[in-house]
Write a protein that binds this ligand. Structure first.
Ligand code: HEM
Length: 407
């Protein structure tokens, strides 16, 4: 059976996807391709896709209103499955509130409502809490003693706790959403499994929304319930998107980022000795690691000329985040990790109207997380050979499944 991820994202040949010998570098085919142009026509599995590897071209695609994010209702998705199956996987109540898949002006309405909740003040108020959460996780890990799995004991709980607190989700329910989120993001999950997990998650979110309606708190979801006229399904869809986007991504950055620092001891030492580099280091790790490995995809709503090619109506475009973030016309020695590299414009958070809504929050979590990690565990080491660290090559968000460490 088809994998559910295939419906919203075209398949690319293995050599453009599978990371090679170095777990931090883009697929070898991708690096090779980047040497031969900036936007490429790829034929694979009977499909034809435009693959963007150039920085300027990526920004042009992502800022272009002719490029649609509606991956659910794209001509491609509609062609792959029957209308009956499409309606079963993506019923209207499931699409409600999922603004990552919407175009303007629908998208604009949700984005405005959310920006009103992701206020600078709320993010600033959250910083001391992020500090407390990071400290508590490190205290517990240190007390238990080495070896530890940094994913289980640090990288996953920190963003999960933070997003739970922000949204007003009971952290005790984490089993309910962590497992289902991984299932949703796995490249191997079939359409049938996706329908099942999607339904369960939606039920969980609807219950949560109803609880906030009965008994609102001062969390973000209660704020949306109180201040907007969004329907229950819209609220559940938004909560779902924030919960999923809010913990898996940052968790993988924290874990893969730590792995990368451990494999580059000089950079680890720089960060340890110069904590003021933390913000810079986070931007560099975002660029260097590009955990949105599969890229971000769009389809053309009309013919569009970009980067010297004509993208025809209904054609699919994939912006390869790993390739774009290593564009040598943008970054000198792009394949080097340098925590003191001057800050540039990476596309790890996307670009244009869909640029990551949670980026400020993610930055706070990573700055505090990496700073405290290297401060508290200055002699942190891998507890297994590097080639035994299990890589998330089976997931749409790249990272490590576990990171055994000692100190
Ligand atoms: C959108 C990456 C953390 C919520 C995006 C996009 C990227 C991204 C590349 C653009 C997708 C597109 O254009 O189709 C990341 C990375 C993160 C991170 C690398 C961590 C290091 C977060 C967090 C939250 C969040 C913590 C929530 C609190 C969202 C939402 C969108 C989004 C809601 C959709 C925005 C829209 O469509 O307007 N993210 N993200 N992300 N992200 Fe993040």
């Amino acid at each position: 059976q088809r994998s559910a991820q295939e419906l919203i994202r075209p398949q690319l040949p293995a050599e453009l996807i599978e990371r090679g010998k170095c777990p931090f570098d883009p697929a070898s085919g991708l690096t090779e391709l980047s040497g031969h142009g900036r936007i490429h026509r790829i034929e694979h599995n009977g499909e034809s896709v435009w693959l963007v590897t150039g920085h300027e071209e990526a920004r042009a695609v992502l800022a272009d209103p002719r490029m649609s994010s509606d991956r659910i209702n794209s001509p491609r998705a509609r062609k792959l499955i029957s209308p009956e199956l499409h309606a079963k996987i993506f019923p209207p109540e499931r699409q409600a509130g999922s603004f990552i898949f919407m175009d303007a002006p629908e998208h604009t309405r949700y984005r405005r409502l959310l920006t009103g909740q992701f206020t600078v003040r709320r993010m600033r108020d959250l910083t001391p809490r992020v500090h407390e959460i990071v400290t508590a996780q490190l205290d517990a890990m240190i007390e238990k003693g080495p070896p530890a799995d940094l994913v289980r004991d640090f990288a996953l709980p920190v963003p999960s706790l933070v997003i739970c607190e922000l949204l007003g989700v009971d952290y005790g329910d984490r089993e309910e959403f962590q497992h289902r989120t991984s299932k949703l993001l796995s490249l191997k999950t079939t359409i049938d499994e996706q329908i099942e997990v999607g339904t369960e998650l939606r039920k969980f979110m609807l219950q949560l929304v109803r609880a906030k309606q009965r008994d609102p708190g001062d969390d973000l979801l209660s704020g949306l319930v109180r201040d907007t006229d969004l329907t229950e399904f819209e609220l559940a869809g938004i909560a779902n998107l924030l919960l999923i986007a809010g913990h898996e991504t940052t968790a993988n950055m924290l874990a893969l980022g730590t792995f990368a620092l451990l494999e580059h001891p000089g950079e680890f030492a720089k960060l340890r000795e110069h904590p003021e580099l933390a913000e810079n280091a986070v931007e560099e790790l975002l660029r260097y690691l590009s955990i949105i490995s599969m890229g971000v995809s769009r389809h053309a709503k009309e013919d569009a000329e970009i980067g010297g090619v004509t993208i025809r109506k209904d054609e699919t475009v994939v912006v390869s985040v790993p390739a774009v973030n290593r564009d040598e016309s943008q970054y000198p020695d792009p394949h080097e990790l340098r925590v003191d590299r001057p800050r540039g414009h990476h596309v790890a958070f996307g670009h244009g109207i869909h640029q990551c809504l949670g980026q400020q929050l993610a930055r706070v979590e990573m700055v505090v997380g990496f700073t405290e990690l290297v401060r508290r565990l200055p002699n942190l080491k891998l507890a297994v050979p590097a080639d035994e660290v299990p890589l998330r090559t089976d997931m749409s968000i790249y990272g490590v499944h576990a990171l055994p460490v000692k100190w």
